[in-house]
Each structure stands twice: as structure tokens, then as C-alpha cells.
Design a protein around this ligand. Structure first.
Ligand SMILES: [Zn+2]
Length: 338
């Protein structure tokens, strides 16, 4: 307790103070204000010596001091409440904030490739809706935008095989992609933007028309027996924000009893940055249709090979040369050179 007059903390004075009360009670049956306050630890020993009961009750100077002390206490309490809990309680609330913010950051980075938003006012094919939401549309973007060795200009990209990485939790984490590229024989005719249309609505419509043309063109070429160039692409999903942190400035929200993020504060915690997904292209290779047939025939064995090793290599997609035949070949070459 602090003394209501001088503000000094009343400690280790109990015996001396309580003796005063006892002594006073010897002479009278009822406590006056001063001795009542002493009993309640409201004033310190020094102040109990300094003031008489009349001083405490009527003296305007003392009353003002008491008022000032009250105000000071009130403000201190306010400041304390603003700062929030201390010690273990503080650690507990901060830990909860970190959990919450980390969870939120992970959620923000959950989508590797955000699916295009389909605008409701437009009519789409069921097949298009399925395509936009599928991994195939992500795979097309990887091949088109990231595989620099593959020239996709003026081509349609048709996904022949798409394999999710074994045991990966991420939707867009592929161990390999095989695509066939077809020349664009049909050109989509793009309508003009309508006055009532927003930019994103127009973009949506254009994307849909492109997809319709591509699908029809590829189907048409396939039925004519036209074969496109085949590529294997080995992508590797990476989080560009791996092990990076953001400073979250926090302040105590006394109303809701938690720490909350603010723009500026003198205290902060480090929170993992929301993941930012990208791809490294590990390898690309153009293969012929005979090689594609080998892969399709042995797809299950190839996939099980990719499950066993962490690094996927192009050699997994071609038949393994037996040592014997290799050494025979060498011998043969030697003979020839002799
Ligand atoms: Zn005092």
C-alpha cells in the first residue's frame, strides 16, 4: 500500500503503526480518522507523526495532497493497463499472438498459384471450370513462364502427364510435367471490350475464348494425326520467403485482453513471413514420341522410382542401360578401332 498523503510505500512499518492504534484505543473506544487510516495502512509512519486527526480531516493543504496522490495513482494504473500484463502472463499472451500470427501468415501463403477468379455473370463450360481449378492450369503456367529452354511462342501447351510430388502437402508441388506443344493453327478472335464490362471481366472472357480455341485446335490436330513436340520438365517448388521474418509491432489491447498488431510501437515480435511460392526448373528435355511411349508404358515404375529418391533426374525417364551391354559395346568399339 502507498501512503495517501506522500505516496511512500508503507512497508515494514506495521508493528510501529499497529502499536500506535493499540495505544490510541487504550484511551478511547472509537478510532478517529487518522488512526483508522493507520490501521488500514493508508498513511505511513512519518505522516502519522506529522499530522493530527484535525489536520487530516479539515486541513485543505492535506486534502489537496491526498487528491493529488489519488490522481497520480489513477494515471499510473492507466499506464500499466496500457502496457499490458507483465512477467509470465505477458509471455503467455505474446506466445498466443505469435501462434495466431504465424497461422495467419501460413494461411496467406497457402495457394501456390491462385486460381483465376471466374466471374459469375459469364457462362462457362463445365470443362473450363474444371480446368481453371485443376493443377493442369498451374503446370501450363510453369512451362509457359518459367521453363526458359522451351520456346512456347505461338504454341498451345497440352499437359500429357502431371505428377504430384510424393508425400508433398502442396497442391502445386509437381515432381514432373510432360507437355506436348502444338502450333496455333486456329487463331482466337477476340471481341472488343464492352462498355459494361470491367477490366477483369474482359480479361476473364478473353482467357475463356483462348481456352476454347486451344481445346478445339488441339483436338482437331490430334484427330488429323498431327503430333507435337514433347518435353519433360522437372520443376522444384520453393518458398522464396523461407526462413524470413517480419517485425510485427504490437500493443496491448486492454479491452479484448490480447496483443494486437499496430503500425508503430516500441515493442515487436518476429513472425515468419507468409510463404511466397516460386519454381526452380531443375531440368527440361525434349523427347520424341517413341520415348513418350516408353514412359507411358512404364509410367508406374518411373513414378515409383521418383518416390525412392529425393532428387528426380531425367535418367529416370529412359531405359537403364545394362552394364553388360555397355561393356559389350565398348569391346565392340575396341575391335572396330583395331
Ligand atoms: Zn506518508
Amino acid at each position: 500500500m502507498d501512503c495517501v498523503i506522500c505516496g511512500k510505500q508503507v512497508v515494514n512499518e506495521n508493528n510501529r503503526l499497529q502499536k500506535k492504534v493499540k495505544d490510541y484505543l487504550r484511551t478511547t473506544s472509537e478510532l478517529d480518522v487518522k488512526h483508522l487510516w493507520i490501521k488500514q495502512w493508508k498513511i505511513c509512519y512519518d505522516c502519522s507523526e506529522l499530522y493530527t486527526n484535525d489536520n487530516l480531516v479539515d486541513n485543505s493543504e492535506v486534502l489537496q495532497k491526498i487528491e493529488e496522490q489519488k490522481q497520480r495513482k489513477k494515471q499510473l494504473g492507466k499506464a500499466k493497463r496500457k502496457q499490458g500484463p507483465v512477467g509470465e502472463a505477458r509471455a503467455y499472451y505474446i506466445e498466443r499472438y505469435i501462434d495466431y500470427a504465424t497461422c495467419k501468415a501460413e494461411e496467406n501463403g497457402r495457394y501456390i498459384a491462385k486460381p483465376a477468379r471466374l466471374i459469375n455473370s459469364q457462362q462457362y463450360d463445365e470443362a473450363y471450370i474444371t480446368y481453371v481449378k485443376s493443377s493442369a492450369s498451374t503446370a501450363v503456367l510453369i512451362v509457359r513462364d518459367m521453363a526458359e529452354d522451351i520456346d512456347t511462342k505461338g504454341k498451345w501447351i497440352d499437359v500429357r502427364h502431371l505428377e504430384k510430388r510424393f508425400l508433398s502437402h502442396h497442391e502445386g508441388d509437381f515432381s514432373f510435367i510432360i507437355v506436348e506443344l502444338f502450333s496455333r493453327k486456329q487463331k482466337p478472335t477476340y471481341p472488343k471490350k464492352m462498355a459494361v464490362e470491367t477490366d477483369s471481366e474482359y480479361k476473364n472472357r478473353i482467357a475463356y475464348i483462348t481456352w476454347q480455341t486451344a481445346t478445339a485446335d488441339i483436338h482437331n490436330q490430334r484427330t488429323q494425326g498431327i503430333k507435337g513436340d514433347i518435353y519433360i520438365v522437372l520443376p522444384s517448388l520453393k518458398n522464396e520467403h523461407e526462413n524470413m521474418y517480419d517485425k510485427h509491432y504490437i500493443t496491448w489491447d486492454s479491452r479484448h485482453h490480447h496483443f494486437k498488431r499496430v503500425r508503430e510501437s516500441n515493442q515487436y515480435v518476429n513472425i515468419l513471413k507468409p510463404p511466397k511460392w516460386g519454381y526452380d526448373i531443375v531440368a527440361t528435355k525434349k523427347i520424341n514420341h517413341q520415348q513418350l511411349r516408353y514412359i507411358e508404358k512404364n509410367l508406374f515404375q518411373i513414378i515409383s522410382k521418383t518416390h525412392k529418391k529425393s532428387g528426380i533426374t531425367l535418367s529416370m525417364f529412359s531405359p537403364q542401360k545394362k552394364k553388360e551391354t555397355a561393356s559389350k559395346l565398348k569391346k565392340g568399339l575396341k575391335k572396330e578401332s583395331n
